[in-house]
Write a protein that binds this ligand. Structure first.
Ligand code: GLN
Ligand code: ZN
Length: 773
């Protein structure tokens, strides 16, 4: 080595291409099945370990087969049994006091203990679950207090590296960074008021230093430390966040024994945090260049930049020309450039293999995790050897993109014309007092009217009928009859219980988004496109690829049938445009606002058809309204403007005496109260039981004039709340909101509940209402 080798160039260099992480659940959801049978007790801890080991082995082999090298740290080692943030908690020994019994002598927990922390046991609530940034993944919130003892308590991360090494793979361990870990944590129950977990940064840093040394000793050459918190505006002063970033990465860079460090910043732009990281002494930084822009005016000489030009959070084939242009722009900043994904690939399904039913053309526009690895490899080759080296792949990509742009389904004149003709008046209904009077006249509902959120238990029989129908084992008429029988029994039950506003129970819906996706133009549905939502739970998002239109009514015949069975109003039930977008993979070739309005128009027609069929109360659910809220405050107003606008477009065609309801699945209502007010629904139901009506005083202060249904029954567990308990909650609610504005309902839909607890809880809910009335 010559004397003038610049010291800043990492040795060995970062590989030319990599992905920030790979799906953990398994192509055939092997991990889900292994976890669930372990929890049921039909398999042992050793069985679960064996399945996980096999899955990690298959995963490494697959990534290598797709073109990532086995020996240069380009293959990430990011396995998790349940959640990567929980893994950090158990690795650092940060286990809440109520689970201290699960700790073994050496501080570690076994897989049974780990599962208990994730899922709770008896009176010991599990760690709280929250959305991971603006994705549909949920992590387990660490609980940190002044008393939390941080100590390296698990060898799993290092062992998994060693396991791979033993199999001939030099992988790159991926861990959650100290800033993200502590800023996402909440104060433990025993912490004094005003305590913030970030106060424990120094103590936690010491454990990271120890961990880095352990990776180094095991032979790791690179480690990836994820810090998505740096791309978000959080509840902490940005200057403090940056000061902490400087402190953390200077300290880790200065650690005596460590692998080289890649700090990854998925989900947005680092902005002012980039110069801080660049100056810290870490060797590499991964940037999200899909959500974030190529930085300008920073000198990155001496740093390796992993340019995240392949979208890890959505499923569209990468525009290789645009990606190459971004790579060039990054190279101009002076650092070494590697090709990467913008985020970990755990947000997308494993593979397009087996999805041939989507048709060759749509398939050619798509890229799931495995195909994305191929894209990274192609771009890295182009960067290293020139575009000629991958001319065929680039030509194929260009052809696919051209076919997507030219496809008539992505640009329908009928849809576009209607969209262009929308006026502001299309998003407005009559003033609320006018509607209220008309609705009161029509429905004569009592004070504290009772209702449910929509779904009733999805029994095994319902699922069996649907599966049999999908397989062609029963015909349409038989399926229809089975669903009608279910509706009939749900309506009868609600009449017997004496609820005021009924629902049909949603038996015919496999999922509140997919049901609509299957009936609307512009969507396709995968067979096996599962994505981890939390723990063993997966969702199968639909693909919204084209202009959205409604070929025919989607819910009317079910609603009409249900209404024919009762003199009481039965609510029509729709999923709102923002939620349909949030829980699908949405086209990226036009602003979300345009797509949302297309969905809004389709729903608007459904509302009219429901009205014409005699349905007087229509609920449009928007549980995901808050989920898509941008991570940066400055982007939030624009988001709320179009998201609220698309909801209003879907509902504002309703007549004055049609009562529009909406449902939002969370209680952190306070921070977007203006937006919720802006939805202009006549009745809004929210989650409130667990937080004991905490948000109602803020709603009163806000001057909210319409009606609200704060949930009095937490439906997330099988527990039956007593009449007494719900009476108290209702009395509490009445302290903030006058009775004529209040509704009584559960926190959310009942599809995951059983009938036994449903009937018992609803009986108590009605009894409590009658007591308080
Ligand atoms: N109407 C839906 C249901 O009751 C709402 C579900 C939700 O909020 N996620 O199931
Ligand atoms: Zn809900």
């Amino acid at each position: 080595m010559s004397d003038n080798t610049p010291v800043a160039v990492p040795t060995p260099a970062f590989p030319g291409g990599t992905v920030l992480g790979y799906p953990r659940i398994g192509r055939m959801r092997e991990l889900k099945k292994a976890l669930e049978s372990f929890w049921k007790g039909t398999t042992t801890e050793a069985d679960l370990e064996a399945t996980a080991k096999e899955l990690r082995s298959v995963t490494r082999e697959r990534m290598a087969g797709l073109g990532l090298a086995k020996d240069d740290s380009s293959i990430p080692s990011n396995f998790s049994f349940y959640d990567h943030v929980l893994d950090a908690s158990v690795t650092f020994g940060a286990i809440p006091t109520r689970f201290a019994r699960l700790r073994k002598d050496d501080g570690s927990v076994d897989l049974a203990g780990y599962s208990t922390i994730a899922r709770g046991e008896g009176a010991d609530a599990p760690l709280e679950m929250t959305k991971w940034f603006d994705s549909n993944y949920h992590y387990l919130v660490p609980e940190i207090g002044p008393e939390t003892t941080f100590a390296l308590s698990s060898t799993r991360w290092v062992d998994e590296f060693t396991e791979a090494k033993g199999a001939g793979y030099l992988t790159r361990p991926v861990i959650t960074g100290p800033l993200t870990y502590l800023y996402l944590a909440k104060p433990s129950d025993d912490a004094p008021t005003g305590f913030a977990p970030i106060e424990r940064l120094d103590d936690l840093l010491a454990v990271y230093v120890e961990l880095l040394a352990a990776f180094k000793a095991a032979g790791a050459e690179w480690v990836q430390i994820d810090e998505p918190v740096l791309v978000a505006d959080i509840d902490a002063d940005r200057a403090d966040v940056l000061a902490n970033a400087e402190k953390v990465y200077a300290a880790l860079a200065a650690a005596a024994e460590r692998p080289q460090i890649l700090v990854a910043a998925p989900m947005g732009s680092l902005e002012d945090a980039l110069p801080v990281l660049a100056a810290s002494g870490v060797e590499a930084v991964a940037l999200d260049l899909v959500k974030g822009a190529v930085p300008e005016g920073v000198d990155l000489a001496g740093l390796t930049v992993v340019a995240g030009v392949v979208d890890g959070h959505n499923i569209w084939r990468t525009d290789a020309d645009k990606a190459l242009a971004k790579l060039e722009a990054v190279a101009a900043l002076g650092g070494a450039v590697a090709v990467g994904t913008a985020t970990s690939l755990f947000h997308v399904p494993h593979t397009l293999e087996g999805e041939e039913h989507l048709g060759e053309e749509l398939l050619s526009w798509l890229s799931f995790a495995d195909e994305k690895i191929g894209e990274v490899v192609t771009l890295a080759t182009a960067l290293r050897e020139g575009e000629d080296a991958v001319a065929d792949a680039l030509a194929e990509t260009r052809a696919a993109l051209a076919s997507r742009a030219a496809h008539p389904g992505t640009n329908r004149a009928d849809v576009r014309d209607r969209l262009a003709a929308i006026t502001p008046a299309d998003r407005d209904r009559a003033a609320y007092p006018v509607r209220e009077a008309a609705q009161h006249e029509r429905f004569q509902l009592p004070e504290l009217a009772t209702t449910t959120i929509g779904s009733f238990p999805q029994t095994p029989e319902i699922r069996k009928s649907r599966a049999a129908w999908a397989k062609g084992e029963i015909d349409d008429a038989a399926y229809e009859a089975a669903m009608k029988a279910e509706i009939q029994s749900v309506v009868k039950l609600q009449e017997d219980l004496d609820l005021d506003v009924l629902v049909h129970g949603e038996a015919e819906r496999n999922d509140m988004v997919q049901y609509f996706a299957e009936l609307l133009d512009g969507f396709s549905v995968t067979k096996n496109g599962w994505v981890q939502s939390y723990g063993s739970r997966c969702t199968r998002p639909s693909i919204l690829w084209g202009d959205v239109a409604r070929p025919e009514p989607m819910t009317v015949r079910w609603a009409q049938y249900a209404q024919s069975l009762s003199d009481k109003p039965v609510k029509g039930m729709l999923t709102g445009p923002v939620t349909i977008l949030a829980w699908s993979f949405v086209r990226d070739d036009q602003p979300l606002s345009v797509t949302a309005d297309q969905v809004g128009l389709a729903l608007r027609d459904e509302v009219t058809d429901l009205e014409d069929a005699g349905i007087g109360i229509i609920q449009v659910d928007e549980p995901a309204l808050r989920e898509l809220l941008p991570l940066r405050k400055r982007d939030q107003a624009a988001y709320l403007e179009w998201s609220v606008g698309s909801f209003r477009l879907s509902t504002a065609g309703a007549k004055d005496d049609t009562q529009v309801h909406t449902h939002l699945c969370y209680s952190e209502f306070g921070e977007i109260i203006d937006a919720i007010d802006g939805l202009d629904a006549d009745v809004t139901s929210i989650e409130a039981a667990r937080s004991r009506m905490e948000v109602l005083p803020a709603i009163r202060t806000h001057g909210y004039e319409r009606q609200i249904g704060p949930g009095v029954w937490d439906i997330h567990s099988p527990r039956v709340p007593s009449t007494q308990e719900m009476t108290e909650l209702l009395s509490l609610a009445k302290e903030s909101i006058p009775g004529r504005q209040l509704w009584v309902n559960p926190d959310c839909g009942l599809k995951t509940r059983g009938y036994e607890e449903t009937v018992a809880s609803l009986e108590n809910l009605i009894a409590a209402t009658k007591a308080v009335r």
